[in-house]
Ligand binder design. Structure first.
Ligand code: GLY
Length: 405
């Protein structure tokens, strides 16, 4: 009897071990994304407000926005990734069409820091995959526009050039999300743009490192600076639970942003910082590794999750796993990223028949009561980006290479 019981326990242990460590089927997950994208393409309205942004909890229909919305670059970016993942030219044509809708942003005065999210996710991915010189011109011009928001006294880019509650306009504000937009400045400085764009990006990242973090490396959402002297006035939240809480997506922008800064500069200060902001995030996650929208919401475990933060972090950790010099850490980052993607790819998080997004359960702006437990386009963007990165790693190729069929 004892032998049979031991054999049974061993078999159960082996089964659980194999399931937990099985490679995620990235081809299948990318094919799923393409099927969902096809459904969304069929629902696009025939007017200028035609870029999918989010689907409310329990609903099927997208809320559409126009090119000025901060989320306008994610949908064309998804289509570029769908093209890279499937090599179906249909996605290339659609990606080109939706990217071009954003062209006016490259000719307008800067009205927000989000130009990087908008232009680099769309035209940036488009240029990476096609080398179309028109796209390059648009990115270079947008990088110059973004640089007009830089305040050399503060050392950072002005994120919101307009009155926003609690930001003491006309003082200078910078939000942690702004880290992502530096990627377009780095790229432009290396592809024909001014060297000043590189210096602005480095100044922004280093000043943010100094002013935007608590002693435990958790991030504040927003910092207000005196616009004349550059002195820090205060650090507060806008989309988080409280000024001192860790808003999950804010921390995810920090993880992604400092990983990218290390890739672009090779300054070890950024690598060390990327690891610190990642480690504090990884310390306190639920079992499925999908964070609650804010790590300090007292309503946990009844608080909503934020699948978008998980997708951003999964993608960033895959990159960080290839950059870190510490082999043990590299293994941990890769393993955690894979676990996050496995959770996101399960029935609980994939939208499947519920709607045509890729993922459910993201939280946009909880204090505002908007996009709570919703399907949000940026979750889908980072999810498919992370799947492509993982597929490349599984094939033993660089995450920076374009995926071959
Ligand atoms: N403001 C960008 C975000 O909601 O993460």
């Amino acid at each position: 009897m004892t032998i049979f019981r031991n054999l049974l326990f061993t078999a159960i242990f082996l089964f659980v071990y194999v399931v937990a460590n099985a490679q995620l089927n990235t081809s299948r997950a990318i094919a799923y994304c393409a099927v969902q994208a096809d459904k969304t393409l069929k629902s696009i309205p025939a007017d200028s407000i035609n870029i999918p942004r989010s689907i409310a909890y329990g609903k099927k229909d997208w809320k559409f926005v126009d090119f000025k919305d901060w989320c306008s670059g994610f949908w064309p970016g998804i289509l570029w990734y769908a093209y890279e993942g499937t090599h179906d030219v249909k996605y290339k044509q659609e990606a080109d069409k939706f990217s071009r809708e954003l062209t006016p942003l490259s000719m307008m005065k800067a009205f927000d820091h989000d130009l990087g999210f908008q232009i680099f996710n769309s035209f940036g991915n488009g240029y990476r995959l096609t080398k179309n010189p028109e796209y390059k011109k648009i990115i270079l011009s947008s990088a110059d526009t973004l640089a007009t928001l830089f305040n050399p006294r503060a050392g950072t880019i002005l994120s919101w050039p307009r009155p926003v509650p609690n930001m003491e306009w006309p003082q200078h504000n910078t939000i942690i999300d702004n880290m992502i937009n530096l990627e377009m400045l780095f790229w432009a400085s290396k592809n024909g743009g001014s060297k000043k764009l590189y210096d602005i990006a480095v100044s922004h990242a280093k000043t943010t490192m100094k002013n935007h973090f608590r002693a435990d490396y958790t991030s504040y959402h927003a910092v207000v600076y005196n616009r004349e002297t550059g002195a820090k006035i205060k650090a507060v939240t806008h989309q988080g639970y409280a000024d001192n809480s860790m808003w999950a997506r804010g921390q995810s922008w920090a993880i992604y942003g400092y990983t990218m800064c290390y890739r672009e500069t090779k300054d070890p200060v950024f690598l060390d910082f990327a690891q610190k902001v990642s480690d504090v995030y990884l310390k306190d996650l639920p079992a499925d590794l999908i964070p609650y929208w804010d790590f300090n919401d007292p309503a946990i475990p009844k608080a909503p999750r934020d699948a978008s933060a998980a997708a951003v972090v999964a993608s960033a950790l895959l990159e960080l796993s290839t950059l870190t010099k510490d082999k043990a850490k590299s293994k941990i980052y890769r393993k955690k990223a894979e676990q996050m993607l496995r959770s996101l790819s399960a029935a609980q998080y994939q939208s499947r028949e519920k709607n045509s997004a890729f993922l459910l359960h993201s939280t946009g702006h909880k204090p505002n009561g908007s996009e709570i437990d919703a399907a949000i386009i940026y979750a889908d963007y980072y999810y498919i980006e992370a799947l492509l990165r993982l597929k490349k790693l599984q094939r033993g190729v660089s995450i920076y290479a374009n995926l071959k069929s």
